[in-house]
Design a protein around this ligand. Structure first.
Ligand code: S6P
Ligand code: ZN
Length: 187
């Protein structure tokens, strides 16, 4: 008879947050998001220090490793620039075959997806919502509520992030508050 060792896994995912020394953190403030929002005049009136979102990531393997997975939690704060809600930068994956899961943890918002022909679709996000992001789809999250929107993500370690395409050409639709309601408007 052989007794196997029972391992303690990393205790990182606590109360829907990622915490611990192994967790990488990044913050995006308004000053990091120049050019993202449509209304440049309103943007100029804001403080560049205002926090828009924080990303907590557990990246256990090298980014070139195949078959490995990363895990993250993003916390996107409520707010608007003019009529446009706070949102993540959004990106395509560099490896066009890479898929990703998002799931809603807290708050409400929209996941905006855009294919390489710039066709748009959007899914509501709420606690418990599950989103399968297919290969080749750019993805961005918009906080349409008045409270924090928190969501989880799981993506291949070798996915890579292509922000340049979105920085140059944006998404082909924006989420604006029109008559008090979020609307997805094509440009
Ligand atoms: C990574 C995954 C998320 C985002 C995060 C911030 O593939 O999609 O962890 O990095 O939600 O969004 P963005 O567009 O600024 O990377
Ligand atoms: Zn991604």
């Amino acid at each position: 008879m052989k007794t196997h060792e029972i391992i303690n896994p990393p205790n990182l995912f606590m109360q829907n947050l990622l915490v611990g020394d192994e967790v990488q953190k990044s913050r995006r403030r308004l000053g990091d998001l120049m050019g993202l929002f449509q209304d440049h005049q309103s943007f100029e009136l804001t403080s560049p220090d205002e926090l828009v979102y924080e990303v907590y990531s557990y990246i256990p393997a090298d980014e070139k490793s195949q078959g490995e997975l990363n895990f993250g939690v993003t916390r996107l704060y409520p707010g608007k620039i003019g009529k446009e809600y706070f949102m993540t930068k959004g990106h395509f994956h560099t490896c066009e075959k890479s898929t990703e899961y998002y799931w809603g943890i807290e708050g409400e918002g929209l996941l905006v997806l855009m294919d390489q022909e710039r066709n748009i679709r959007s899914e509501k996000m709420f606690p418990g919502s599950l989103h399968y992001i297919k290969a080749g789809m750019a993805h961005r999250v918009v906080n349409t509520g008045s409270t924090l929107l928190s969501f989880g993500a799981c993506w291949p370690s070798d996915a890579g992030h292509n922000y340049d395409e979105i920085a140059c050409n944006g998404f082909s639709a924006r989420v604006l508050e029109i008559n008090g309601l979020p609307q997805l408007i094509s440009l």
